[in-house]
Write a protein that binds this ligand. Sequence first.
Ligand code: PEP
Ligand code: MN
Length: 541
Amino acid sequence: MPTQAWSPSSWREKPIAQDVIYEDKAHLEKVLTKLRRLPPLVSPVEIDRLRVQLADVAAGKAFLLQGGDCAELFDDCSQDPIEHKLSLILLMSLIILHGSRLPVVRIARIAGQYAKPRSKPTEMIDQQVPDGPVGADGIQKTKTEKKEVLSFRGDNVNGYEADDRAPDPERLLGAYFHSTATLNYIRTLLLSGFANLDKPLDWSFSHVRSPDIQKAFAAVIESLQDSLDFMKVATGGVRGGERGGTETVDLFTSHEALLLEYEEAFTRAFTTDRPASFSPSPSRLSTPALSRSNSHVRGVAETNTTYPHSPVRPPKSPKLSDSFHGLSMSINDLEKEATPKYYNTSAHFIWIGDRTRQLDGAHVEYFRGIQNPIGIKVGPSMEPEEIARILDIVNPDRIPGKVTLIGRYGADKVERFLPAHIDAVKKTDHPVVWQCDAMHGNTKSSKSDPNLKTRHFIDVVTEITKSMEIHKQKGTILGGVHLELTGEVNDEGFSVTECIGGSMELEDKDLSFNYRTHCDPRLNYEQSLDVAFLLADYLKS
Ligand code: PEP
Ligand code: MN
């Protein structure tokens, strides 16, 4: 158990995995100073609300859908890609909600998912070099040579192009501003009726190769449309929003908190329950529309729309006898004032990756001090007794909804490792959300091009269904899934071709058709909806 005092920077005293080494430390410091001044992206109210919703997931009263890119690129920060991602997650959640009759908590890997851990710090790339002198025809022959370059670590560290691999601190500012623009557009879309279900849903199943599956999907949609039509009437017609209608939903943001300098800069202290006069005016700071509960979707009561968390400013004088702004404070108030809570305000939910979860390491140290709900990747290399220890460190108060264990074993390994992990947690009194990341244990090389990474749809679905079965046997609950997916299309409107299989029956030879990811392969639009239909079906039974 850690006994040392925690602070947003106490991770600096610990060994750190996957560190980024910047040449120009003064430049880094200048950027961090700027980041520390920039406003938060998300608020404590929103973060707390997600934690409450995740407590419902832990208790089996809601289902968690988390998904998005492996790595966002700054170039993805554009209208169409954001709309495609958002609409895919909303559609998936609607399908799951309809089948399972459970409220769906949506978390996107978006608005900050830029940094990537890598298995190796460098990689070999092919480069063209001159081969002999320029010929009499004026043409320079070239040959391919291997060159070792630093690995691409994500757009907030270095560039994808081989000549742009030196870490550049300026990219941290780029990450903030691209995250901000992305989140701003998401909020704008949601507040402008993007999630409005009053419009009829436009579905096409022409991509579905099997007539039986096509029929099954169409039947689900018919029933879903029927329910929506009913709800429209029940909640007051097309303008049903005012009566708890169908106009907007919650969507939370997440990323892997890998670059701790960046995370530290957005870790801000807030106090709760301070005397009202110390709180910023609710009329200025509340976000009524985003706070509006969608009781039709979540089945929960209206949540508080005020802003009870006040940024911590040091009192002018710390003496007990002092008064603050003319109001005398009780000792109690001063104690609250003296123990602020820290929120990572760069995203609602952040997770620790499989490569950075060392018990005595910098990342675990950072994570143990923040209020946000957090994820911990758990794979075959995690010893069962380590799980209990990491839970004690990051959630000593056993707060429900605080920790999501994100299993990422692989379809062929989940039966070997998950049962012991469940037993280890059952021996404790930790309330966790169990989530299945059905992607990261299932990465394979393409047969037609060994340089391309791919995943098989069948492995993804198998890992999810096996996880559900194992939890059922153990008397625990698989609360959600974690997927790498994208609704992105090329200029001709074709979905990406990065994973094999699904109802459109993509084959290995199809991968190069529209392979776009700079990192891990993602389920495309159709394959993602396939997963949603299957999940809805499993959760029904
Ligand atoms: C990821 O989620 O993109 C990732 C790198 O996962 P993991 O840490 O589980 O390998
Ligand atoms: Mn990935």
